[in-house]
Design a protein around this ligand. Structure first.
Ligand SMILES: NC(=O)c1ccc[n+]([C@@H]2O[C@H](COP(=O)([O-])OP(=O)(O)OC[C@H]3O[C@@H](n4cnc5c(N)ncnc54)[C@H](OP(=O)(O)O)[C@@H]3O)[C@@H](O)[C@H]2O)c1
Length: 279
């Protein structure tokens, strides 16, 4: 099994260039799928309070027998826990369910700007990092304005912003913002889930040219954009395939053709962070 390349984050830590998305893997079958992901080589697991599978993630890690420091576990604070004390309690409860002493990355799941409390949640994460309960801190679904507010307030720039990013919604603008601020772009629904362009010419022709699958082409496109994808698969074969994207390179024209599949609002479910509320 080849090692996955890593990125350096702005806090001096490193993170694998591909992670494993765990939603909605739950129960014994979910634990088995997550354990298999570790066995085929994933070293970054993405969970959240709202996925209701933190126990399964911790259990898969224990069953794998892997040393704790070889696997990164990321979780997220939900909208209902944005108050400072609530955010601290949320992280402690996540650690309890995971059975871990610290998470490796903790994110604010959505900004929920109508509540106006994401800055408080960010202050809590800054303190929790100092206390050693979380290694790296970041956000998810934050716009440029939300990022500006938390950075101005605390002087601390998130290491990661996990945003919706796939060929139907390539997020050119947010990728530029992240580049400027030194934030790693992480991509949720990296395939495009039910709208995954597995049959589009731009994808199938590149798959033929490089003798790989359409899914591998999409994930390689992320890698070449500098976007860190966290594909979910419950299937052992697809899990292994999705990690095996470092042995070929798309041409600039192939990358551009896939990016051109983007639509003005190619979001999967209208998850505009300025208006979408997720508690
Ligand atoms: N921060 C947020 O707000 C947020 C929101 C949504 C998701 N997420 C995170 O992002 C992760 C991934 O997102 P997602 O599950 O929504 O979307 P996704 O990873 O883009 O797509 C998953 C779907 O693609 C299929 N698939 C996986 N690999 C494939 C391949 N090589 N070829 C064909 N089909 C393939 C899977 O089916 P099989 O399982 O049958 O392989 C599954 O139905 C989640 O698990 C979660 O951790 C975060």
């Amino acid at each position: 099994m080849a090692d996955t390349p890593t990125y350096a984050l702005n806090d001096g830590t490193t993170i694998p260039a591909i992670g494993f998305g765990t939603y909605p893997l739950r129960g014994e079958a979910g634990t088995g799928a997550i354990l298999n992901a570790l066995e085929v080589g994933y070293r970054l697991l993405d969970t959240a309070v709202n996925y209701e599978n933190e126990f399964e993630v911790g259990e898969a890690l224990r069953r794998s027998g892997l040393p704790r420091d070889e696997v990164l576990v990321a979780s997220k604070i939900p909208g209902r826990h944005h108050g400072y004390e609530d955010a601290v309690a949320s992280v402690r409860a996540s650690l309890e369910r995971l059975g871990l002493e610290h998470t490796d990355l903790h994110l604010i799941h959505w900004p929920n700007p109508s509540q106006g409390k994401y800055v408080e949640a960010w202050r809590a994460l800054v303190q929790l990092q100092k206390d050693g309960l979380v290694r790296s801190i970041g956000v998810s679904n934050f716009t440029e304005e939300h990022l500006g507010r938390i950075i101005d307030d605390t002087g601390v720039t998130p290491a990661v912003n996990q945003v919706e990013l796939h060929p139907r919604f390539p997020q050119d603008r947010m990728r530029e913002v992240h580049e400027r601020l030194g934030i790693r772009t992480e991509a949720w629904s990296p395939m495009g889930k039910r709208r995954a362009p597995l049959d589009e010419d731009a994808v199938t022709s590149a798959a033929r040219a490089h003798d790989v699958s359409p899914g591998q082409v999409i994930l390689r496109w992320h890698v070449q954009l500098g976007s860190l994808p966290i594909p979910k698969s419950a299937d052992a074969t697809r899990q292994a395939e999705n990690l095996d994207v470092f042995g070929f390179e798309l041409t600039p024209a192939e990358v551009a053709a896939i990016t051109a599949l983007g639509e003005d609002d190619g979001r999967l479910f209208g998850g505009d962070p300025d208006t979408h509320e997720e508690m």
